[in-house]
Design a protein around this ligand. Structure first.
Ligand SMILES: [Zn+2]
Length: 329
C-alpha cells in the first residue's frame, strides 16, 4: 500500500518555469538547465521503477511504501528515495538513473561513471549512501522513542542500458546493487531472511504516522540561488505549440498564435502559473496588465473569474491571489 506517493518537487516546478521564462542570455541559464536535466532524469528513473514496485511479491502482512520522505536528522534532514516498511523490517531503495558503464568501488567509497565521449566522472558511493540512510533512520526511530527495527538497503539502477562493473568488494556489490527488473527476486530473498515475528500492528501504525508527520519537503528555491530577478522573466502568454516561445495575441475573445495559428481559451493559465512560481502568487492589476500584455482590465477580471482567482483589498490596493493555480502542481 502506498502511504506517500511520488510527487514532483516544488523546486523542479520552479526550474521548469525558469526554463520557459528566463531570458536565454542570463548568465546562469546553462547552470540551472543542467540542474533541471539531472532532476528530470532522476524523476524519470524513479517513475520507471514504479512498474517493478507493483510486481513486489505478496506477503502475509501488508507492507507500506513511502516515496521521497525527507526526515529531520540532528539539525538537518535526510531524504530516502523509496522506503518500504515490511512487517518486521525497513527496506530503503537508493534509486540511480546513471547511464554508461558504472564501476563500483565500495572499498574506496566511490563510483566511477564512464560514458562514451566524456571524461570519467567520480560519483559518491551509492552503497554508502544507502547505509547512511539506514543509519539515520535508526537514529530517527530512537529519537521518536520507537522500537529499533532492522533496516535493509538496495541500490537500484534504473537506466536500462547501464552496465555494472566491479572494482572492489564484489560480494558487497552483488548483495546490494541491482537493476530494476531484479527487484522482485531480490526482495523475495530478503523476505526469506526476515521470517521472524512481525511487529505489533499498533507499533506499525505509530511508525507510519510518525513518518508522515515528520516528512518535511524541501523549500530551497532556485530563484535567488541562480540570481533570477523579476526583470529577467519574459512576459506574455506563450503558445503551447511553438518552441522557442511565441507570444499569443488576444483576438475575438481567444488567444491566437500568429506563428502556427493555434487558438486557445485558457493559455493565460500557464502564464499566471509561471508568474506565481517565479515572482509571487500575489499581484496587482497593473502587474497583470504588464505580464499578460492586455490593456483591458475588464477582460483580465473575466479571465481571473474563470480561474477562481480571488482578490483582497479595495479598488486601489487590490491584490489578486494566484495560490489556487499552484495547488494542482
Ligand atoms: Zn504557435
Amino acid at each position: 500500500m502506498i502511504k506517500k506517493a511520488r510527487s514532483v518537487p516544488l523546486r523542479v516546478h520552479k526550474l521548469r518555469a525558469m526554463k520557459r521564462r528566463v531570458r536565454p542570455d542570463h548568465e546562469n541559464y546553462q547552470d540551472f538547465l543542467s540542474e533541471l536535466g539531472r532532476k528530470e532524469a532522476g524523476i524519470y528513473g524513479e517513475q520507471s521503477l514504479d512498474y517493478y514496485i507493483k510486481l513486489l511479491p505478496e506477503t502475509d502482512h501488508p507492507f507500506y511504501i513511502f516515496h521521497g520522505l525527507r526526515l529531520p536528522f540532528r539539525d538537518t534532514f535526510f531524504q530516502i528515495d523509496t522506503l518500504i516498511l515490511f512487517s518486521s523490517f525497513f527496506l530503503t531503495l537508493e534509486v540511480k538513473y546513471n547511464k554508461g558503464t558504472l564501476y563500483f568501488d565500495p572499498k574506496n567509497y566511490q563510483l566511477i561513471q564512464e560514458v562514451e565521449g566524456s571524461p570519467h566522472k567520480g560519483l559518491p558511493d551509492p552503497i554508502l549512501q544507502a547505509s547512511n540512510q539506514c543509519f539515520k533512520l535508526q537514529l530517527w526511530l530512537r529519537a521518536k522513542q520507537l522500537p529499533e527495527i532492522p533496516c535493509e538497503k538496495l541500490v537500484v539502477l534504473t537506466h536500462p542500458k547501464a552496465i555494472i562493473k566491479v572494482l572492489s568488494s564484489p560480494s558487497e556489490v552483488e548483495r546490494y546493487v541491482i537493476k530494476s527488473p531484479a527487484l522482485t527476486i531480490k526482495v523475495k530473498a530478503i523476505l526469506e531472511r526476515h521470517s521472524s515475528q512481525p511487529l505489533d500492528k499498533k507499533i506499525i501504525k505509530k511508525i507510519i504516522r510518525s513518518l508522515l508527520k515528520d516528512d518535511t519537503p524541501a523549500t530551497s528555491s532556485p530563484i535567488p540561488q541562480y540570481a533570477i530577478l523579476p526583470s529577467d522573466i519574459m512576459t506574455g502568454v506563450f503558445c503551447p505549440n511553438c518552441d522557442p516561445y511565441i507570444v499569443m495575441r488576444r483576438i475575438h475573445g481567444k488567444w491566437e498564435c500568429s506563428n502556427c495559428g493555434e487558438k486557445s481559451e485558457d493559455a493565460h493559465r500557464a502564464a499566471l502559473e509561471d508568474y506565481a512560481l517565479l515572482i509571487s502568487p500575489f499581484l496587482t492589476m497593473r502587474e497583470l496588465k504588464r505580464f499578460l500584455r492586455i490593456e483591458n482590465r475588464v477582460t483580465i477580471i473575466r479571465l481571473l473569474n474563470h480561474l477562481n482567482v480571488e482578490f483582497v483589498g479595495g479598488n486601489k490596493s487590490r491584490t489578486y491571489n494566484l495560490t489556487p493555480l499552484l495547488t494542482k502542481t
